[in-house]
Design a protein around this ligand. Structure first.
Ligand SMILES: Nc1ncnc2c1ncn2[C@@H]1O[C@H](COP(=O)(O)OP(=O)(O)OP(=O)(O)O)[C@@H](O)[C@H]1O
Ligand SMILES: [Ca+2]
Length: 885
């Protein structure tokens, strides 16, 4: 049987019952889905709920507790054993739900960032999830795409792919549509095939899907199926390290307390259980898990703000960003181009009309021009031919499918009466696609009379040096210096008005001439210039200002003309009076060191190629900056990877840049970067809040016990109480802190240093001071009650237990602010209020519900006890609320 690459396009079409110019019908697609399934690689099975539930019990601390239960049980202390079991179980259930929540939010993320394919069905181009593709689908791939399935190429425009994922060969392969007769070719030699998972590095092409899912070459290479492992974020790693230290501290403390207790004459069994409970209290085992939950909840909030986080660690790094390097076109601007001016025959023409609407006319001074005016229609026609966009009408409005720059040229051509039919008189022989490095695009066409010529359009400063002639009215003549000067002035004039400039030129060719790219784009005849407006997005100016107040510098990077870039930067108030604008050519001449010396003063990089971006990232990084860098094209990937926060575009971005990035902007909008940074800072602050809360609580618990042992007193808390506080009542308020709203000034502070430790910015001090006070007030409550009722230890222990819990639950409101509890409305976080209420309720149940009293060693308390408890419990928070330290 012949292989796909050996068949002609017609044979492939026949075999798969599809024609390239119609595509599959939706009926066929449905049927093939049923028959062959979806275009997915089978990945590792998902963990079952039971496994996730059981995993909650494999923690080191939980295992110790279970061992303690066993010992308690063997010693006949069944009440203790059951109590511990129940607490462990409740803790496990809470952990299970947290993990499920985190899991769900990450699942959603995966769905959102699933790749799309450009497919032709029912004679319409549409975008569908790549997994929806079936054999026979006609798909288009363009530079930057990952090929969504195995395809037989049927049309290639300088299509090149990089197949290292498959063949290990990283040099691009040229692809074409002709059948190959040879037998037994490796994937790498099948140059009329495109393979799932490989990259389009240049040009574009159309192919018919011949293999999907596990039936692709990629599907057969099982080893390539990466089982994505969750990599811990820097903070999670720091906390894990902290956890190790705390284990040692906990063990030492436990030995100390147990030793002291035994010396003071407490029963060994009591002290053993107290020791175990204290060890559990000292180790914030749950912290990394809550951090993960907080991060993934943050991820969900970011999704709502149209920012998709691809790496969890980016959530943290975002808060450290000190420089944002952003593309201009499409990110800071609307990417809705409209031709406003033209320059032809040495004269400037105004073009009226707005957006992509096709109403508009051409004015020379006050005179309305028609197609009589020399070269106007010709120029518009060339702009329409050398073009990859498509004008569509959706809901009565004109829309552009493709590059907006190209779209603007189509709209301009419409204004003089040219439409898609005008293209039919020309046959396109060759196309050299546009890319940001070349900054130009060319096509070779044959017209109806068999005349062949080249049309090149692109950045004027790139084209002009390649022009030797100029078309002036009816006369083609040598391009003289004075013509050039005049054109330059016209370019400057447009650019100063923030217009993007495009030059257009042609070259007559004879049919014998070689079509090698290297020989084509020279000896051109200059026809004219277009000046098009791309208005800034309206929310960007405010976003740049907010970033400035947050100590974040915004830098514009663009392939556009310096003057255009400068004009827009001024409009956005991005460029200060003394700010510098650098050009790509200047960058080339600078050494890395020279660039580092001045880079703090540079706000705009113009006429740069993607390669320059890497140099810019490195220079900022060497000045100690944390750099966020945006990009959309294939060649942007290295810079995105090198930056600290790589940002790609959800709408216009290529698969390659998306894969390299850690953040995807669903709306391509600069303002979304700001929102994401704000959210990133907020999430980090919230994590600090609950670290502070949990650790201060732990310090309090340990100190009560330690002080009591040192003073030769009875145990102020029984082990089950310590466990209950740690594993049950603390959890919900901590989670609620993770959902807190930001403080008003999060975007008024300077960015945080990525090296900052867990206890930086006074957090350690706060934990220790609050912890000590919580410990002291609990001890006082215990001592006062015990002194008055020396015969009733359980009563005093209940008061101590309640004071500890209440002190913590009051302190949790203090954790919402970096300065003082009085700075914010303490009840501003409804989740926190509810969490605290439910913790109080749990506490009341344990104290007042008779069946639980023997288990938790509690008795019912009276009003006077509560006055003592609340009075003492409020002290740590109120006191530090006044000192504001
Ligand atoms: N489709 C196109 N065909 C021909 N020339 C183009 C096309 N698009 C842009 N150009 C020219 O190439 C120049 C650079 O465009 P490029 O797309 O690299 O940068 P940009 O989109 O302005 O910048 P960025 O997206 O990095 O902010 C433009 O100023 C324009 O003159
Ligand atoms: Ca605790």
């Amino acid at each position: 049987m012949k292989k796909w690459y050996q068949l002609d396009v017609e044979q492939v079409e026949q075999k798969l019952q599809v024609t390239t110019n119609r595509g599959l019908s939706s009926k066929q697609v449905d049927q093939r889905h049923k028959q062959y399934g979806y275009n997915v690689l089978e990945s590792a099975k998902k963990q079952s709920r039971w496994i996730i539930f059981l995993k909650q019990f494999q923690d080191f601390m939980v295992l110790i507790l279970l061992a303690a239960t066993l010992i308690a049980g063997m010693l006949g202390e069944f009440v203790d054993a059951i109590a511990i079991m129940v607490i462990v179980l409740v803790n496990g259930v809470i952990g299970f739900f947290q993990e499920q929540k985190a899991e769900k939010s990450l699942e959603k993320l995966k769905e959102l960032s699933a790749p799309l394919a450009h497919v032709y069905r029912d004679q319409k181009w549409e975008r569908v999830l790549s997994r929806e593709l079936v054999v026979g689908d006609v798909v288009k791939v363009t530079s930057g795409d990952r090929i969504p399935a195995d395809i037989r190429i049927v049309q290639s425009n300088s299509l090149e792919t990089e197949e290292s994922a498959l063949t290990g060969e990283s040099l691009p392969v040229m692809k074409h549509a002709t059948a190959i007769t040879r037998d037994g070719l490796d994937a790498g030699d099948q140059v009329n095939m495109g393979f799932m998972g490989t990259l389009v590095t240049r040009g574009s092409g159309i192919g018919i899907v011949v293999g999907t899912g596990m039936n692709t070459v990629m599907g057969q290479i099982a080893s390539l199926m990466s089982n994505t492992k969750k990599i811990p974020t820097p903070l999670e790693r720091k906390l894990a390290e902290l956890g190790k230290i705390l284990i040692v501290v906990a063990i030492l403390l436990t030995i100390l307390v147990v030793g002291l207790g035994v010396i003071q004459g407490h029963p060994v069994y009591n002290m053993f259980l107290a020791g175990v409970s204290l060890a559990v209290a000292a180790i914030p085992e749950g912290l990394p898990a809550i951090v993960t939950v907080a991060l993934s909840l943050g991820v969900q909030r970011m999704i709502r703000k149209k920012a998709i986080v691809r790496k969890l660690s980016a959530v943290e790094t975002l808060g450290c960003a000190s420089v944002i390097c952003s593309d201009k076109t499409g990110t800071m601007t609307e990417n809705q181009m409209t031709v406003k001016e033209m320059y032809v025959n040495g004269e400037s023409i105004t073009v009226t009309g707005d957006g992509y609407d096709i109403e508009g006319s051409f004015l020379l001074g006050n005179k309305k021009l028609t197609d009589e005016y020399p070269n106007l229609e010709k120029m518009l026609l060339y702009g329409q031919l050398c073009n990859n966009a498509e004008l569509q009408v959706k809901k009565g409005k004109y829309m552009v499918d493709g590059d907006p720059t190209d779209g603007a040229l189509l709209v301009a051509a419409r204004k003089i009466g040219l439409n898609h039919l005008s293209r039919d008189n020309f046959h396109i022989v060759k196309e050299i696609p546009f890319d940001s490095d070349r900054k130009r695009m060319s096509i070779v066409v044959d017209d109806d009379n068999g005349q062949r010529f080249l049309i090149t359009k692109g950045a004027p400063d790139v084209l002009l040096p390649r022009c030797n002639y100029v078309l002036d009215k009816d006369n083609r003549r040598i391009l003289k210096q004075q013509d050039k000067d005049k054109i330059e002035r016209a370019i400057d004039g447009m650019a100063n008005k923030a217009l993007r400039t495009i030059a257009i030129s042609i070259r007559p060719l004879s049919k014998e001439m070689s079509l090698e790219t290297a020989f084509l784009e020279k000896d051109l005849t200059f026809i004219g210039l277009y000046g098009m407006i791309d208005p800034p997005r309206k929310e960007v100016k405010a976003a740049i200002e907010e970033c400035r107040q947050a100590g974040i510098k915004t830098v514009m990077i663009t392939g556009d003309h310096v003057k255009t870039a400068r004009a827009i930067a001024k409009e956005l108030k991005l460029l200060p009076e003394d700010g510098m604008v650098l050009e790509g050519s200047q960058l080339n001449q600078m050494s890395t060191e020279e660039l580092e010396d001045i880079i703090e003063d540079v706000y705009v990089f113009a006429r740069v190629t993607p390669e320059h971006k890497l140099k810019i990232v490195k220079a900022f990084q060497s000045r100690g900056h944390i750099v966020a860098m945006t990009g959309d094209g294939v060649n942007d990937a290295p810079a995105i990877k090198a930056s600290d926060i790589g940002i790609s575009m959800g709408i216009s971005g290529t698969d390659v840049t998306k894969e390299a990035s850690s953040l995807v902007l669903m709306d391509d909008n600069f303002a979304t970067i700001k929102a994401a940074i704000q959210e990133g800072r907020n999430i980090y602050e919230n994590i600090r809040k609950f670290i502070r809360y949990l650790l201060a609580s732990n310090v309090g618990e340990i100190l009560v016990m330690l002080f009591a042992m040192l003073l030769g007193m009875p145990l102020p808390l029984v082990p089950v109480q310590i466990l209950w506080v740690n594993l049950v009542t603390d959890g919900l308020p901590a989670m609620a802190l993770g959902l807190d709203k930001p403080e008003d000034d999060v975007m008024k502070r300077t960015p945080r240093s990525p090296n900052e430790g867990v206890f930086a910015r006074g957090l350690g001090y706060k934990i220790i001071t609050r912890g000590i006070l919580i410990g002291i007030v609990t001890l006082i409550a215990f001592m006062v009650t015990y002194q008055n009722n020396p015969e009733n230890l359980v009563y005093a222990q209940t008061v101590a237990f309640t004071t500890l819990v209440m002190a913590q639950l009051i302190h949790v409101f203090d954790c919402r602010s970096e300065v003082s509890v009085f700075d914010r409305n303490p009840f501003g976080n409804i989740y926190l209020v509810l969490a605290v209420l439910s913790s109080v309720l749990l506490l009341l149940v344990v104290i007042y519900w008779a069946p639980l009293q023997p288990i938790f060693h509690t008795v019912s308390l009276g009003l006077r006890d509560w006055l003592l408890i609340l009075g003492l419990g409020a002290i740590p928070t109120v006191l530090f609320g006044f000192t504001r330290k």
